[in-house]
Design a protein around this ligand. Structure first.
Ligand code: SAH
Ligand code: SF4
Length: 361
């Protein structure tokens, strides 16, 4: 293991699928500590100790998709559906800017309609009219046509997050109904890249039946597609979603999902030293300090939820979502302390463009 870690640090391009499977399989205790330490050294060499914050605004939970893992799926008729009015979205975005956040993420269920496209366009134009190019604006609004992505880019969006969910088309097919398409999702990622977005993707980790080999392939997929940002997190069950029905958040389940999630972060950092890698909120659903553990494993981005509290209970992709009742101001203070405890510092006021993207320009 020591030899493998030394080689990974010196020559990430040499990492093979078998190497990645070994990294994902390291035992708890000293071997895992050595993996994390190597990932932290790589992060510090390439992106320093700074952690970038993205204020997450969960703009709406209406969704036309029916992903088998997600609490927002259209078949979940019990869910109260909401769309945050434009003026309120703008107010939350201004709050982020006024509280020193360098960037925001606008996320929602997937809606492909002219009404939705135009609404997002108006929000983007209003934000850019106030801020110029200062605020990093990320969209996470699912699959759209290249034309819609182009309109949003022209209106001022500079980043897009679209998880591939799994890079294995067969597993993808098992996670989604027949009218969802792996090929389309991949085409979307490529269209975003061609339009000059900073592109982020990711996968769910620890899905029922998923192997370490598939996860190693996910990491190689990120490299092959040349993405700039990686946002991946453990899969968690939801009672209104068919996938993994009956799975309970037992201590054993949580420890396994967290351990695998942290190994994926560390392996991703070794393989892709210059990418921004998020410590997903799902880590915190498994363990109170899960996001800080993600930073210790090599992540450099955190996405605090800045959505009005009123809406949060209705945006549960998975169960046990943390901070549902938290006030964004309190989240901010508690987060800064937590980030310091993880040995990092918060990079306020900066959009935190990934080094991977800057080098490609
Ligand atoms: N609708 C958009 C954005 C919101 S969903 C989209 O799907 O791209 C954002 C992410 O939440 C998804 O990409 C998925 O990876 C994650 N997610 C959904 N359900 C989840 C679950 N049960 N456990 C963990 N992550 C989940
Ligand atoms: Fe909709 Fe995204 Fe959930 Fe799929 S993962 S059901 S697209 S919100």
């Amino acid at each position: 293991m020591t030899d493998l870690l030394a080689r990974a640090e010196q020559n990430p391009a040499s990492l093979t699928r078998a190497d990645l499977v070994r990294l994902l399989s390291v035992a708890d205790g000293a071997p895992f500590a050595a993996l994390e330490a190597a990932a932290r050294r790589v992060r510090e060499a390439h992106t320093g100790k700074a952690v970038y914050l993205r204020g997450l605004i969960e703009m709406g939970n209406r969704c036309t998709k029916d992903c088998r893992y997600c609490g927002l799926r259209r078949s979940n008729r019990a869910l109260h559906r909401y769309t945050i009015p434009e003026a309120d979205c703008l107010r939350m975005a201004r709050w982020a800017r006024d509280h020193s956040y360098g960037s925001i993420v606008l996320q929602s269920g997937e809606l492909e309609s002219e009404e939705n496209t135009a609404r997002i366009e108006r929000i983007l134009r209003a934000l850019r009219a106030e801020d110029g190019e200062q605020l990093g604006i990320t969209l996470s609004l699912g699959e759209q046509t290249p034309e819609v992505y182009r309109r949003w880019r022209e209106a001022g969006a500079d980043r897009y997050l679209l998880r591939i969910e799994t890079s294995d088309p067969r597993l993808y097919a098992a996670l989604h109904p027949a009218d969802h398409s792996f090929t389309r999702r991949l085409d979307c990622l490529r269209a975003l890249r061609a339009l000059g977005y900073q592109v982020g993707t990711g996968v769910m980790i620890g899905l029922p039946g998923q192997t370490r080999e598939q996860l190693a392939d996910d990491l190689l997929f990120f490299r092959r597609e040349g993405v700039d940002m990686i946002g991946m997190g453990p899969w968690l069950p939801h009672r209104a979603a068919p996938l993994g029905q009956g799975t309970e958040l037992t201590p054993t389940f949580c420890a396994r999902q967290l351990g695998l999630g942290l190994r994926m972060i560390a392996a991703a950092r070794l393989l892709l030293p210059t990418c921004n890698i998020a410590a997903a909120t799902a880590l915190q659903a498994l363990q109170d300090d899960g996001r800080e553990r993600g930073l210790r494993a090599g992540a450099n981005v955190v996405m605090p939820n800045i959505t009005d509290r009123l809406y949060r209970a209705d945006y549960q992709l998975y169960e046990n979502k943390p901070c549902i009742g938290e006030d964004p101001l309190k989240c901010r203070g508690c987060l800064e302390a937590r980030i310091r405890l993880a040995g990092c510092t918060v990079a306020w006021h900066t959009p935190g463009t990934p080094k991977h993207y800057q080098e490609a320009q």
